[in-house]
Design a protein around this ligand. Sequence first.
Ligand SMILES: [Zn+2]
Length: 303
Amino acid sequence: MAWAKALVEISCEVNLDKEIIKINFQDIAKKYIKYYWNQTIFFNLIQGSNPYKPPKILTYVKELINEYKKVSGSNLPELYEKIEIRFDSYDLKDIYNKTLRLVKDTLKIDVSWRFLNLGNDKYEIYTYNKGDDYLLIKRELLEKFRDNDQDLYDLINYKWGLILETFNNSPKINKKVKIMDEREIKRSNLNKFKKYLDLENKEHICFNCGLKIEDDDLSIDHVIPWSYMYSDDIWNLVYVHRNCNSIKSNRIPKEDMINKLKIRNNKLLERMEYYNIKDKNYYELKVAINKDYVTEFWIGSKN
Ligand SMILES: [Zn+2]
């Protein structure tokens, strides 16, 4: 899917001034790094059926991500498009070039020839001469890609989502794949949950460290990481110190935190009933308790 998506994206960027167009592996590799970076850093999506033996390209991209996290000192996910321009200032140029070379070589050796023989059919999408650093594609075909780029993205993303669903058990896979085409991944403002959280925790005690939080230090956190859930649910939201939030960002919670969350949810439901709040969030909380979403998604997120 990355291969197909890269070709469509490149068709929109290259100059279609000749009958036969050269597409460099270098450019395809750049797209691969972008797709895998975004899917991994935000949602840690697994790209192969064997989690102990991930696809080579994903392994290279993960090394780049880890290096970025090390030098930037940040655990927060960022879109590749935003970080790419900062590689120089982070001193990541060398490792980036190394990643690019490794991805390019893998594409040349392992990937490029596969799409010419799918099943029993032979597809003449492009010509590839072994050893070359580029593919040759007819302009006519690239024009078709370009003219139908949005439909093709939709189709590719949909197929990609279906494939990922077979070995990722996290919720909202299709949404997670699709959102990668946006320029920004916005997290919605969680302040609308304060009025509920205050019912059970009006002293603003930090869920993480148990100390009181001053107003200017108050933040709302997803106990089961947002990167896994990709949604904001009252049963999964708690008050924490800003600092406590950034330290544990995207980490899977320990069992004691999970038990604590279950107790909190029961108390919160009780408080909502006491104040006769019977809105959407009340019913969502009630369903979450009855179906024990906390355990279900916690176990899922650990896999
Ligand atoms: Zn704290």
